[in-house]
Design a protein around this ligand. Sequence first.
Ligand code: C6P
Length: 416
Amino acid sequence: MSAAIGRPRSVDFDVARIRRDFPILNEQVNGKPLVYLDSAASSQRPRAVIEAIDNYYEHDHANVHRGVHTLSQRATDAYEGARETVRGFINARSTREIIYVRGTTEAINLVAQSYARPLLQPGDEILISALEHHANIVPWQIVCGQTGAQLKVIPISQTGEVDFAAFERLIGPRTRLLALAHISNALGTIVPVERFIARAKELKIPVLLDGAQAVPHSIVDVQALDCDFYCFSAHKMVGPTGIGVLYGRESLLEAMPPWQGGGDMILSVTFEKTTYNQLPWKFEAGTPDIAGAIGMAAGIRYLQGIGMERIAAYEHELLEYATARLSAIPGLRIIGTSPHKAAVVSFTMAGIHPHDIGTILDTEGVAVRTGHHCAMPVMDFFKVPATARASLSFYNTFEEIDRLVAALEHARKLLG
Ligand code: C6P
């Protein structure tokens, strides 16, 4: 370790104990202990989540909302109980505002098609920022194509911050929705969404937040934020893949038509007419991901057991240490240097393609993501084809950052 760069130790955090909860962290990769630095793509799962899913399949599985038999009731109780856990975690007013979806991507598509599409007229505008993930760009392009509305983009600065002055110029009488990332996956920028929401509210413009990278790393309170839609994915917050959440303000959800038709989203069906179910089930057609919901709730309880405030504080220390150590590597350029960042470090290295960085790191057992991170406009803005991205989580250690740095030094000697 560089003698000049000390490891901060102000947060009391027993990471060794936490790591014991994550069986996968004991894996060897290419003969080396795994260093998993790709949690922004998908986090790992603690035993509590794996066991909750196993337990459900071993003891309680049946379809939900459909049978009077005991197993169906047990499955329904666990599934709906999970919804209450999610509600509490983000402080929604009611479980009617918690819609289970496949993930952030599906949540945003649901809002685009069910909220925006019926409302948009030619010349109306959807406002996003230049640091969005494709999931918060493409659904809006599709709906703009369907309706003749326009997509407007708030520029970002060289540090990777959303330009508030430009936002104030862009938002206006034709804006029908503001859709912003809460935290950028490619840059780590924490967007000060409160300011943006306050201005949008003055103009009575609804706001959607893409919280895929925020919910796993910070306290999210949808009432305090006063946003209208909030989207996130369980697999980035120690839960299973294939399930996520759309939070929606009840009055908006009530007014929206269903997104898909089928079983469970109806109260009655004849060939002439269908009456839709109440919230939240109006938006949940078909047999849902029951085990996913149960696993997501187990993940939330696990995070709550540690405390989101402590998680954020520890991850911030990891970020500061990683930033200092990576910055000291000759030829390494960090992309995304906002003073307000989550624990994501995207970087390039002089003379080495990011893909080669990723491959060499993998031979050392270090997992990072390389590529455009589903944020190609961000890559274009910084004039890079791709970056390598180390994304940290509360189960990572300072020693793992040292392993990353040693592997990068190795890559530089081989190829730089
Ligand atoms: N970002 C990453 O490596 P899904 O795939 O639906 O669970 O989440 C999509 C998504 C939406 N918004 C943001 C800010 C995201 O980070 C992601 C997923 C992963 O950065 C996989 S591309």
